[in-house]
Ligand binder design. Sequence first.
Ligand code: ADP
Ligand code: MG
Length: 430
Amino acid sequence: LPTAKSTSLSKNRRTELITKKEPTVRNIDKIESERIERRENQAKMRYQRDQIKAKHDINDAQWEFAEMIEDWRDENPSRPPHHKRMEHKINVCVRKRPLNKKETKNKETDVVTRSGDLLYVHQPMTKVDLTKYLENMPFRFDYVFDLEDDNRKVYEYTAKPLVESIFRGSRATCFAYGQTGSGKTHTMGGEFSGKNQNCSNGIYAFAAEDVFKKLRQPMYQHLKLTVSFFEIYANKVFDLLNGSQRLRILEDKQGKIRVVGLVDQVVETVDDVINVLREGSRCRTSGQTSANSNSSRSHAVFQLSLLTPGRKAHEERTHGMFSLIDLAGNERGADTMSSDRITRQEGADINKSLLALKECIRAMGKDALHVPFRGSTLTKVLRDSFIGEDSKTCMIATLSPGFSSCENTINTLRYADRVKGLSVNEKRDL
Ligand code: ADP
Ligand code: MG
């Protein structure tokens, strides 16, 4: 409204003007809404154009950076990793997978280098005057796994030391965190050959193997092992050992969280566990849980529970528990641009749960009195694992080393760095 004029009008006349909307007012409204629509369309087109451009430019832009990375590697010969196995409360490691077929076919440059327990990301940058340069960013972790390290090696330095602690009566967790396609399921569930997964050579199976070994010792023979396997999708829990049945979670008066009706299968041999893993993995990827069959949008939780038997079933007590988690893909930036409301919501839920997880682990590391586990379903079901005095956790951040994943790789490393939280001191000698 032309305010100078309207201030001289009586209040009644002004109200009348607004409610009736004179032609000029209507015109202004129309022009405004057209402008908004035009801007939205422009933004959409720009986004699509950038996407196409990014695809085509990648090879042209890359060779110069590839040469710079080669030069950097020549000048900074890689040091071998330290062979130390640490018993930290929080152990954070990174694993770099080899370039996959698609990345190799696209001649993508590998932008990640290990040296000792440091990992460098070579981020391609361009100055205002269009000269290209590299930003070589160092990150320090408890252990850095490179291409030659297999699942067994990764297991030995991450989850294996935690098996001890569940026999001492504690809770342990092991997370695989990273972008979709970076190797989380490969690391936790076992190697793939084509679409088939070998469930016997992942961290789930290795951990079960070691638990059985210990159970054979006389002092632990009274303990019983059960396993459960469930998925959290859109903050809802689905039982992977019971046809993806949806389960409720309940909090009792003592604040203990329980997943009601979760199948807790008694297992006697490693083969039993492998069968359970096969069943659960099949259930997860067949996508019965949701409209979206993409397992990258759910967290999978595999739990090994040691029980002290009582005279009756309800008198059984959990002695220790190891939760192994294949997290949802962390690349959720693109979701915010999605026109699909469900995709946007899923992305937001995943982001929220990963942030809640980070905060809970950090609180655990500081032995904080308050652990913000209510932030997501994931952290609720893992509540006990964050609060016990002797609770331990390890995180394996998985990386896709290709040029096109650089942004996601940096995000993954920053997250892992924050999880460790206490690494500030160690960083001094970088
Ligand atoms: P995510 O679960 O993170 O989405 P996957 O575990 O499904 O990723 O891995 C994607 C693909 O990359 C699979 O075909 C897998 O076999 C392969 N892959 C992942 N990590 C490795 C690795 N360390 N060595 C060889 N191949 C790998
Ligand atoms: Mg996966």
